[in-house]
Design a protein around this ligand. Structure first.
Ligand code: FMN
Length: 481
């Protein structure tokens, strides 16, 4: 596993997967546009070495260039192995209920093998800036009408003071001035819990850090929906299969292998306008009132490497992050819903903000609707706008098979459900109210007689087996198949 971002860059270099750009470019619009074009064309990782106004700094983008990259990052053949790494910790004969399993898992974790480790050494301690830190870093402006410069892949580290667990989340942050950034999390995200808990405890400052660039596995896990209140350093360590190394910065622990750390706090006394921002739907998000991150100290490594990504219409880097989350989390979802065979959150369907195809081993009437309801109650899956359920033999990654199932198996008045006033992605500008909209479920499975107005499902057409074999031989001999 890569020990930090530079170790990963070294790997990319050895394999010819990186390009250095030495032409002078501006971090405002020019560098992001260069990166966007390379990302869209599925090009290499890009390092910019000549950044206007920031001598000595480098910027890097497109480190998550496709789904296969995550296999290298997590050192697995198949991404589901990453989730299974955690589930393997459960003994063979484990208790039946999900909650018993989860409790057992937490006990095992506490036994120590996967605990994050503490250190007092970090290369970023070499450069400390006390004033005006946000203006000392080449934070880019991505889209022409964005409200300002944005940290697009900053890992916000906060400690939930109520449960005493760490939260890591990639939330966009807009630079307001040299020492303030507007930080944007949705109501459904863990930082919103941390904020609400602090408010209830009458705390005015939540100690926090924004980390830019650590080892790529930790960077990826920070964008994953770890269920509250599992400690996210613990969860990261479990998914990596090794404890992350942390250093304490006056009460906030951050990965010791970080490139850049903005240390400060979230103020509960100030809300500011954030936006517009060109988001992953391909449109500018509205201006919203959000909390402020106040910077107290900036830390960075020598020869610093600033990672940024560009979000926009698919296929950008977050497409592949989303796909990796889908694969890594599938084993956990299957633990809760053993009837689920596979899930596809297609990039064009905008992941949890849009459309999901789910295949199930159907056992009883109404089973597909039971699965839809369950998924709409599960973590960030609750935000998925449309769920289409198909039978186990249907490949959820084959749109043709999905459409065939819908066309053949669906009677709209019976198989399509619409539920109003459910939680939705806050970036979904077609919903009734921000964060509140409707859901569509399509049961495209084969129906039991109880579901099919009392009729048996008709028999599928299949050729006569003897004739099939004979014609198959003949076709092969004639070279026609
Ligand atoms: C590039 C990128 C940008 C993101 N920006 C935001 C954001 O601005 N606000 C937000 O709530 N989630 C954002 N997310 C999604 C969160 O990182 C993700 O939901 C994660 O699970 C949040 O952490 P949490 O589960 O601890 O809340 C972004 C993800 C990526 C990959």
């Amino acid at each position: 596993m890569f020990k930090d971002l530079r170790d990963y860059v070294g790997y990319l270099e050895r394999n010819g997967l990186i390009r250095y750009v030495d032409v002078e470019l501006d971090p405002v619009l020019e560098i992001p546009e260069f990166a966007r074009r390379v990302i869209l064309s599925r090009g290499p990782t890009i390092v910019f070495r000549n950044i206007r106004g920031f001598p000595g700094w480098r910027m890097i983008s497109n480190i998550f260039r496709g789904l296969d990259v995550f296999k290298i990052i997590f050192d697995v053949k198949d991404l589901e192995e990453v989730g299974e790494r955690v589930l393997k910790l459960l003994p063979e004969r484990s208790p039946e209920s999900f909650f018993d399993k989860a409790r057992l898992l937490i006990d095992l974790i506490r036994s120590g093998r996967y605990l994050p480790r503490k250190t007092s050494q970090a290369d970023f301690l070499k450069n400390i800036v006390e004033r005006d830190g946000f203006n000392k870093v080449p934070i880019p402006k991505i889209w022409p009408k964005d409200g300002g410069r944005y940290i697009t892949y900053g890992i916000l580290v906060t400690k939930d003071l109520y449960k005493d667990v760490y939260n890591l989340g990639v939330y966009r942050a807009q630079v307001i001035d040299g020492e303030r950034a507007a930080i944007h999390w949705f109501i459904h995200k863990r930082a919103a819990y941390v904020y609400k808990n602090a408010k209830e405890m009458n705390i005015r400052k939540i100690p926090a850090a924004i980390v830019v660039g650590t080892d790529p596995a930790t960077m990826a896990v920070a964008a994953m929906p770890t269920p509250y209140p599992i400690d996210e350093y613990l969860f990261t360590s479990l998914l990596k299969g090794e404890g992350v190394e942390l250093i304490d910065l006056d009460g906030v622990e951050v990965p010791a292998n970080s490139e850049i750390v903005f240390r400060g706090y979230i103020s509960l006394d100030e809300l500011v306008d954030e936006g517009p921002f060109g988001d992953y739907r391909g449109y500018y998000d509205y201006v919203n009132k959000v909390p402020v991150f106040k910077l107290e100290r900036l830390y960075y490594r020598d020869d610093p490497l600033y990672y940024f990504t560009v979000v926009g219409r698919p296929y950008m880097e977050d497409t592949w992050i989303g796909k990796a989350v889908e694969r890594i989390f599938l084993p956990f979802i299957k633990l809760i819903f053993p009837e689920i065979i596979d899930i596809n959150l297609p990039p064009e369907g905008l992941f949890t903000g849009g459309i999901a195809f789910v295949s199930i081993k159907k056992r009883f009437p109404g089973h597909a609707k039971k699965v839809m309801s369950g998924l709409w109650g599960l973590g960030l899956f609750s935000l998925v706008k449309m769920i289409i359920v198909v039978d186990e033999h249907v490949n959820t990654h084959d749109l043709g098979q999905i459409l065939y199932s819908i066309a053949v198996n669906v009677d709209p008045s019976r198989d399509v459900i619409v539920i109003n006033d459910m939680p939705t992605d806050e970036l979904d500008f077609v919903s009734k109210v921000r964060g509140l909209g409707s859901k569509l479920g399509i049961d495209a499975t084969i129906k039991f007689p109880e579901e099919n107005y009392g009729r048996e499902w008709p028999e599928k057409t299949e050729p006569d087996p003897d004739v099939y074999r004979k014609i198959d031989d003949l076709l092969r001999r004639l070279g026609l198949i």
